[in-house]
Design a protein around this ligand. Sequence first.
Ligand SMILES: NC(=O)C1=CN([C@@H]2O[C@H](COP(=O)(O)OP(=O)(O)OC[C@H]3O[C@@H](n4cnc5c(N)ncnc54)[C@H](OP(=O)(O)O)[C@@H]3O)[C@@H](O)[C@H]2O)[C@@H](O)CC1
Ligand SMILES: Nc1ncnc2c1ncn2[C@@H]1O[C@H](COP(=O)(O)OP(=O)(O)O)[C@@H](O)[C@H]1O
Length: 253
Amino acid sequence: MLGLVAGSEPYPGAAVLATAGALAMGVGMVRLVAPDAVRRLVLAAHPEVVGSSEPSGRVQAWAAGPGIADDAGQRRALAVALESGLPAVVDASALDALPELLDRLAGEHVVITPHAGELERLLEGPSREAIEAEPVRWAREASAQLGVTVLLKGPATVCAAPDGTAWVQGEGHPYLATAGSGDTLTGILGALLATARGLRPVEAAALAAFVHGSAGRMAAESGPFGAGALAPAVREALSRLGSAEPPRRPGQG
Ligand SMILES: NC(=O)C1=CN([C@@H]2O[C@H](COP(=O)(O)OP(=O)(O)OC[C@H]3O[C@@H](n4cnc5c(N)ncnc54)[C@H](OP(=O)(O)O)[C@@H]3O)[C@@H](O)[C@H]2O)[C@@H](O)CC1
Ligand SMILES: Nc1ncnc2c1ncn2[C@@H]1O[C@H](COP(=O)(O)OP(=O)(O)O)[C@@H](O)[C@H]1O
């Protein structure tokens, strides 16, 4: 069961996309924390979702951030999610609230999913261009510095753990750079954290990036697409994965 903190008045669609990503991975249930209007929209698309405007009920992992903007209730829900100590993926707007939470709540079980622009804001050192030029270096550096697992998004996605372990995948397609693509990835990763027992968070992150990239490549076979096409492609990607290349570690063949 996945707890999902997503959506706000300005960005309700991000909650729909993150939910779709999680459900496509076969997560047993999504508990959505969101304002009433957002929940109504998500329920219209995904009637299997349950939820409320504040966190309640048992979950195995959390995914927080898609479209929450500066909604005060959603920021409180993010804090509750992190204080649970459960595996958690923290994305998008939730990254802005991180610095004040990380002092006491960091750990390998927290996976942050910035793009280069967001990591620039979190590290206050390297520029976005520097991060884009050396993503493996900066993903590792961020993970060690912040004490969390990092999934750095871009043409190649780098997943790094505080102990220096890193995975790189470049399975995707440039068409993946479309609004809401990252929100879908957050749902995919949240579902894996909730269900994939025995995987380290950095391994779950690498697998999520691989599934997301593979889905993007398949969706791109019929031309440019919007993020709404990704969740259906995830199901196809999962059925084809047996014949795909696995993600690789830097330095490996
Ligand atoms: N349907 C919905 O409801 C959707 C809702 N969404 C929600 O909207 C919220 C705000 O998200 P956002 O993308 O508008 O702002 P944010 O990521 O903070 O960018 C600000 C800075 O980062 C930079 N930057 C951007 N992308 C980059 C990249 N790939 N790689 C590197 N840099 C990049 C960008 O620079 P620029 O691209 O302008 O040069 C700028 O400087 C968030 O909660 C999200 O969930 C979206 O997911 C869309 C679908
Ligand atoms: N050139 C590219 N090739 C492959 N994948 C890409 C490329 N550019 C971006 N991506 C992927 O697209 C996704 C974009 O997510 P994100 O930056 O969060 O956008 P949004 O906030 O609009 O959803 C990420 O998974 C990223 O790795």
